[in-house]
Design a protein. Structure first.
Length: 128
C-alpha cells in the first residue's frame, strides 16, 4: 500500500499546511488517531480550516501587525507559545473527532462470497 504522503492531495498551500504538518510531526498521538488514508484526508481538511479560523480570530482580536522584516503574520502568530498551545489543542480535537466519527475501514478486496455472486451474475449475463 502506498504511504499516506503518496495518497494525500494537498488542499492548502503554505503557511497553514506547514503549521499543521509541524504540529502533527511534533505530536505523534495525532497521527495514531488518524491512521488511515480516509481519516488523514478528513483530519487535514478540517485541520486546515480550523487552524485558519483560530489564526484569523486571533489576528483580529490582537490587531497585531506583522513583525518588521517578515512577510507572514500567520507564521509569526503561530510561533507564539500561547497560540501554538491553542493550535495543538485544536488539532487534537480535530483528530479525536475524526477518529470517533470515522467508520472502520472495510476489507480492501471483496470476500469469497461476493466473488461467487459476481461469477454467477456474469454467467447469467453472458449465458455461459
Amino acid at each position: 500500500m502506498a504511504g499516506l504522503e503518496e495518497i494525500w492531495i494537498p488542499l492548502v498551500d503554505e503557511p497553514i499546511g506547514l503549521i499543521v504538518r509541524q504540529i502533527q510531526e511534533e505530536s505523534p498521538e495525532l497521527s495514531s488517531l488518524v491512521d488511515s488514508p480516509k481519516r488523514m484526508l478528513a483530519f487535514r481538511t478540517f485541520a486546515y480550516i480550523r487552524v485558519g479560523i483560530v489564526l484569523g480570530r486571533l489576528f483580529v482580536e490582537r490587531d497585531d501587525a506583522p513583525a518588521e522584516g517578515t512577510e507572514n503574520w500567520v507564521e509569526d502568530l503561530a510561533r507564539q507559545p500561547e497560540v501554538r498551545a491553542e493550535l495543538v489543542q485544536e488539532l487534537r480535537a480535530v483528530a479525536e473527532e475524526v477518529a470517533a466519527e470515522s467508520e472502520p475501514e472495510g476489507p480492501a478486496a471483496p470476500d469469497e462470497e461476493v466473488r461467487e455472486r459476481f461469477r454467477l451474475a456474469a454467467k447469467r449475463a453472458l449465458d455461459i
